[in-house]
Design a protein around this ligand. Structure first.
Ligand code: CA
Length: 394
């Protein structure tokens, strides 16, 4: 198990080498794996782009002058609370705008285009139009899934993308508890083709372990919303429980499922998700050893914990280097966590002080990581926020 060590990374312009010096942070780590310690992503940024615009319309950043491959590329700016991002087979991305309920298609070097508005989106607090996922059979079924808040619940809806028009098909899963906070929502299509749906406790913390309730869970359903074959309880969509608020899911190269989870006041988590397990909330926040109690085998501990002001982890992606990348909101950085054989190495902080709050990180078909900032919500908004940035290849 590991706790993070902060890397103080100098801002470099046009250099490929990054000199890192370590600074200690509060840590309770006792047995830290030490493999694969070099950051795969340069934190260098050009610092030359000036995407400021007074328009409310999303604008591409300097499509006529593409940045060198070694620099981050801004593909969209001026977005209002962008949240979910999923890639289409051609390398373009569908992006949700939480409060406006709109879906944009974002292509590198082009102005984003709106492909649809989702009906009945209730943007309230942390709710609204959240996650988006694309079918693994998109070339033949054109299916897209979104997760959004309504007046009554959170739900997963299936649509078809016909050209650049998103057409509603059906509600896949409804009745997921909704609240002003803790709505989960980062849906993914898994390697198994199933729809994976992390939910939040919607402030009803005591129900997070309750297997008959859809809040505080990771759910796994078919494209029609039925409990997926192979679930721990064949009649239930629940895969794991005892979660507070999960907004990041990703599979590593060996198809292990990892999930980020927001802590309350003390410990954020990176969990290795196993079917049927209880991840501790609300009895345990973080690891049991940090809660002063004995070890209770009913609960599964996280493999990495962070102080909430250093992380508040939302999006999660696995890079081509096999490491987990975690988009941190309050922490305003991208955490890189080496993974090997289901174990975690020492987390490293990237992009600290560069883009502000980070909501989303996703790996594109070409292996590069796209990140979404979140400064238009609870952030220190600056010119060009919010933006989508492609990091240079590792
Ligand atoms: Ca936990």
């Amino acid at each position: 198990m590991t706790t993070p060590r902060r890397l103080a990374l100098p801002l470099l312009v046009g250099l490929t080498a990054v000199t890192a010096c370590t600074a200690s942070t509060q840590t309770t780590a006792s047995s830290t794996a030490t493999f694969s310690s070099s950051p795969a992503i340069s934190t260098a940024t050009s610092g030359t782009s000036a995407p400021a615009t007074s328009s409310t319309a999303p604008a591409p950043a300097s499509p006529a002058a593409p940045a060198p491959a070694s620099s981050p590329v801004e593909v969209a700016t001026g977005l209002d609370v962008p949240w979910g991002l999923a890639f289409l087979p051609d390398g373009s991305a569908l992006v949700t705008l939480r409060d406006e309920g709109r879906v944009l298609r974002v292509r590198e070097g082009a102005r984003p285009v709106e492909v649809g508005r989702i009906d009945d989106v209730e943007a309230n607090g942390e709710g609204g139009l959240l996650g988006i996922a694309v079918s693994r059979e998109f070339a033949t079924d054109q299916r897209v899934f979104v997760y959004h808040t309504t007046r009554q619940d959170n739900r997963v809806v299936r649509l078809r993308l016909e050209g650049d028009r998103l057409m509603p098909e059906r509600v896949v899963l409804s009745g997921i508890p909704a609240g002003g906070i803790h709505n989960g929502g980062r849906i993914k299509v898994g390697p198994d083709g199933m729809i994976w749906v992390p939910t939040g406790d919607a402030s009803e913390r005591d129900r997070a372990p309750d297997a008959s309730w859809l809040g505080g869970k990771i759910l796994r359903v078919t494209a029609d919303g039925a409990p997926a074959p192979g679930n721990p309880d064949p009649s239930s969509s629940v895969w794991s429980r005892g979660h507070r608020n999960v907004q990041g899911l990703a599979w590593d190269a060996e198809q292990r499922l990892w999930a980020t989870e927001f802590g309350q006041n003390t410990w954020d988590e990176l969990n290795l998700i196993q079917e049927g397990r209880d991840y501790g909330w609300p009895t345990v926040e973080g690891r049991q050893e940090d809660n002063g109690g004995g070890r209770d085998t009913r609960f599964t501990d996280p493999l990495v914990v962070w102080r909430t002001d250093e992380a508040s982890p939302s999006g999660l992606a696995i890079g081509t280097d096999g490491a987990a990348y975690v988009a941190a909101l309050r922490g305003e950085r991208l955490w890189r966590v080496p993974l090997q054989g289901g174990k975690t190495g020492e987390p490293q902080a990237l992009l600290e002080g560069t883009y502000g709050r980070l909501r989303t990180v996703e790996r594109a078909p070409d292996g590069r990581l796209w990140i979404i900032t979140s400064n238009t919500f609870r952030g220190d908004e600056r010119d060009g926020d919010d933006r989508i940035v492609i990091l240079p290849p590792s």
